[in-house]
Design a protein around this ligand. Structure first.
Ligand SMILES: [Zn+2]
Ligand SMILES: [Zn+2]
Length: 348
């Protein structure tokens, strides 16, 4: 992957707005503001360049639904060939690399095994996530929206997942060989360790990322077998944010779940399941000592963004910083592999 390069004038209004959204999401600014700009993007993709130009000159941009004061100023400056002031300040505030470490691993990353779209609780269409991944120099990405039981996150029913898989196929067909969107899911792990989607649906997917979102405070003697059962399921490929901890951020803090990590990671090793290093700053999951344990046992890892917006795809640099500091070799990180190897591993 590559750090995105700052844009220069002239820039199209669309590119300026997309870059601003990317920077605000990457900088974890309020989603309210980003949503407003994303609405503008939706609105202006339907309008010709000529009409935009005319409206800038006539001062009638704001008559279009989805264009407010800030958006109108950005569009006006871009149309006049000036780098929009909003973009310049967003670039100053959020354009720097997110970390100073992990650069070698970041450059070696090719993909992502955990990313959401607005089909579940993400904020952007699948196409916009893909475009951002391409711009970051990624080669592939698994779309892993939530499973049915997670109604709070608009989890996908069997029917909606079926529709999504058709959409993924259509997007892949339009992309050619340059990028691969893998069919995936972030499947909930039930209390008994079973997975929250029908077996025949899971079979249609390229990769299955499994995680726990309920009863995180179970005692270890219940949590450990729950996790081991999920890891032993032949469909499971990745164990995501395994402790469920939250270390900072708007959702408050949450301590890590209690489980026998050695037993769980041994099961991962025996079943060729990768342990996810979740890059979200509020998760920072697993904690260092558990990454070291999985490392010493010989587990595979993934460095995932768990992005819910395009700009968050770049958070993988935070996971890279941790993995490099903890001495995880690139070959053991599935998200540095070419897509054919990932497919073969996941089906193996
Ligand atoms: Zn999750
Ligand atoms: Zn997720």
């Amino acid at each position: 992957m590559e750090q995105p390069t700052p844009p220069q004038a002239p820039i199209s209004p669309l590119d300026a707005l997309r870059r601003i959204c990317f920077l605000l999401e990457r900088g974890r600014e309020s989603s309210y503001r980003v949503d407003a700009f994303r609405k503008t993007i939706e609105a202006i993709t339907l309008i010709s360049d000529e009409e935009l130009q005319e409206r800038v000159e006539a001062g009638t941009l704001k008559q279009i639904k989805g264009i407010g004061d800030s958006s109108a100023a950005i569009i006006g400056q871009a149309v006049r060939g000036v780098l929009p002031a909003y973009l310049v300040s967003a670039e100053e505030k959020h354009g720097e690399p997110l970390t100073s470490g992990g650069a070698e691993l970041y450059a070696a990353l090719r993909g992502d095994l955990h990313a959401h779209s607005n089909w579940s609780d993400g904020g952007s269409p699948i196409e916009e996530m893909v475009l951002a991944a391409v711009e970051l120099g990624q080669e592939w990405m698994a779309l892993t929206d939530h499973s049915p039981r997670l109604t709070i996150a608009n989890g996908l029913s069997r029917e909606r997942l079926t529709d999504q898989l058709k959409r993924v196929e259509a997007i892949n067909a339009s992309l050619g060989d340059a990028f691969t969107l893998l069919k995936g899911i972030e499947v909930d792990i039930h209390l008994d360790g079973s997975l929250d989607q029908d077996e025949d649906m899971l079979e249609q997917l390229d990769v299955v990322t499994a995680s726990i979102h309920s009863k995180l405070r179970q005692p270890s003697f219940e949590m450990t077998p729950r996790m081991v059962t999920a890891v032993r399921n032949p469909r499971t490929n990745v164990l995501a944010h395994c402790t469920g901890q939250l270390v900072t951020g708007g959702r408050g803090k949450r301590p890590p779940s209690q489980f026998d990590a050695e037993k769980v990671f041994r099961a991962c090793l025996e079943n060729d399941v990768a342990v996810e290093i979740n890059s979200r700053p509020e998760r920072c999951d697993p904690p260092d000592e558990l990454i070291e344990l999985a490392r010493d046992l010989g587990c595979l890892f993934t460095i995932d963004s768990d992005a819910h917006a395009p700009g968050q795809l770049d958070m993988k640099s935070l996971g890279c910083e941790r993995a490099e500091r903890l001495g995880i070799a690139a070959e053991r990180i599935v998200t540095t592999w070419p897509v054919e190897d990932v497919r073969a591993w996941a089906k193996g």
